[in-house]
Design a protein. Structure first.
Lengths: 390, 84
């Protein structure tokens, strides 16, 4: 193995250990009490995990994107909320790393993220835009001291109260059109979060994502110079859908594993029977559903890692590809979890059994809602009119 | 002249909050308020008007961001068609 492949393998071994020893024993408590999985995130910090995608020259681990995607699967198998927090942080880091264009402020910021293992949250959704990330209402406004200020009404900010920095989308200026956006990063001590509601949800309870009114004062160099539409198409959309779908795959894989453990236990109890148990046959059906999910998620990752990916991602065909990943994976993951429930029966329905898959099902039901599938279908419907090969 | 025809198509389909005639050829249409949805209608109308098809690699934001960039793409496809 090369040095860098060894480092990737070491990191994955660390994540697997953290998933088993820290995330798994806390997962039920995180879910029941809708509390932040701080033990898991702290353990990931210890392993340097919050700097996984930051290049070595900026103090990070400089790991392959595939390694981070696989880490999302491993964490997802033990605690969906922990995996989502990890994934969302990596999406922000990837956004900055891939588009900082040599900015000294953003390079220093990434050095701080690496050395202090800072957790970055995002303030992208906004009340009044109907979940459309390509539009903003809140505007970056010049302040009297030569700095910039903004106030944004965010319906959800995942782990907002637990983050050390915030990546926010805004209109470029008070007179700018809604689609003329920029990305800014504000530090915790520059940002004020006024809580607007609680986070008591069906699933993904540990992400602690209530609404906030977010106010910040920043310096002009904290605005990412890269064109927003490019950042959105080339990084934010594909990386978000890839890492989310990998963690959904992790959750669905654990639901399948629990169903398999249930069937094995039933087969051992049942003694000698002629032919397979009915649950075992259902498990076989479920395996093919899981393999469909895995195939879609893995092939999208391969396409993203291809040498010419960056060029293709900026086209409508590229946009359709990753929109499709989101829709397919977000529908297939809860389908697998529900299939696992039907294999396990009442043992899967119980919250106190080793075959319980209630949390898995509830967590994956969030998938179709995080950037609503219906909105994506609306976009696709339009793109399909003009795209040639899909 | 493609630019004049492109302006006419933009006036009809781009749904800009400003008068297309006042826009310089290199003005950014997205910054002027053209939405992604409107841009697809512009693309369809241009394919129709000039009797051409944009291949997938040209169907991206940078190609449709100004009158000049659209005209350049139309010219490129027309000269390709002539050469073939």
């Amino acid at each position: 193995m090369t040095v860098s492949a060894e480092r990737d393998a070491e990191f994955l071994a660390d994540v697997a250990r953290i998933a088993d020893d820290v995330a798994a024993p806390n997962a039920d408590d995180v879910d029941r009490n809708a509390r932040f999985p701080s033990e898991t995130i702290d353990a990931l910090r210890e392993a340097g995990g919050l700097a996984a995608l930051i290049p070595e020259e900026l103090g990070g681990l400089g790991l392959d994107f595939r390694t981070v995607a696989e880490a999302c699967v491993r964490l997802g198998r033990r605690c969906g909320s922990s995996a989502m927090v990890f994934a969302m942080h990596q999406i922000k880091v990837a956004t900055i790393v891939r588009h900082l264009e040599g900015s000294p402020w953003f390079e220093d910021f990434l050095r701080d993220v690496a050395s202090d293992q800072l957790l970055i949250a995002s303030v992208t959704s906004e009340i009044g835009t109907g979940g459309d990330l390509g539009r903003s209402i809140a505007a970056l406004t010049p302040a009297e001291d030569g700095g910039l200020a903004f106030e944004k009404q965010a319906p959800t900010v995942s782990y907002g109260a637990h983050a050390d920095a915030y990546l926010t989308t805004l209109r470029r200026a008070p007179e700018a059109e809604q689609g003329d956006q920029v990305i800014v990063v504000s530090l915790r001590d520059q940002t004020e979060l006024e809580p607007a509601g609680a986070w008591d949800t069906l699933g993904m309870r540990g992400t602690c994502s209530p609404g906030f009114v977010v106010r910040a004062r920043i310096r002009p160099e904290q605005v990412l110079a890269a064109p927003f539409s490019d950042v959105l198409a080339v990084t934010m959309v594909p990386v978000t859908h890839l890492l989310w779908s990998h963690l959904w795959l992790g959750i669905a894989t654990d639901a399948f594993d629990r169903a398999r453990a249930f069937v094995r236990a039933a087969a051992k109890r049942g003694g000698k029977v002629d032919g397979p148990l009915p649950q075992a046959v259902r498990l076989s059906h479920l395996m093919s559903e899981l393999s469909l999910l895995r195939a879609e998620v893995r092939s999208a990752l391969d396409e993203f890692m291809a040498d010419d990916a960056r060029e293709r991602l900026s086209t409508m065909a590229g946009q359709l590809r990753f929109n499709n990943l989101k829709i397919a994976a977000s529908e297939q993951a809860p389908r697998v979890c529900q299939g696992a429930l039907s294999v396990c029966g009442i043992a899967g329905f119980r919250n106190d059994s080793p075959y319980s898959v209630g949390r898995h099902l509830r967590d994956t039901l969030s998938a179709a809602l995080m950037i609503a599938n219906e909105r994506i279908h609306n976009t696709n419907a339009n793109l399909l009119l003009i795209a040639k090969e899909v | 002249m493609p630019a004049a025809q492109i302006r006419k198509i933009l006036a009809e389909h781009a749904r800009l909050p400003v008068d297309v005639e006042t826009l310089p050829e290199d003005a950014n249409l997205y910054e002027a308020g053209m939405t992604s949805h409107a841009s697809v209608n512009v693309m369809l109308a241009i394919e129709d008007e000039f009797d051409l098809e944009f291949p997938d690699e040209m169907l991206k934001r940078s190609v449709f961001e100004s009158i000049a960039s659209i005209a350049e793409a139309v010219n490129a496809l027309q000269s390709q068609a002539k050469a073939a």
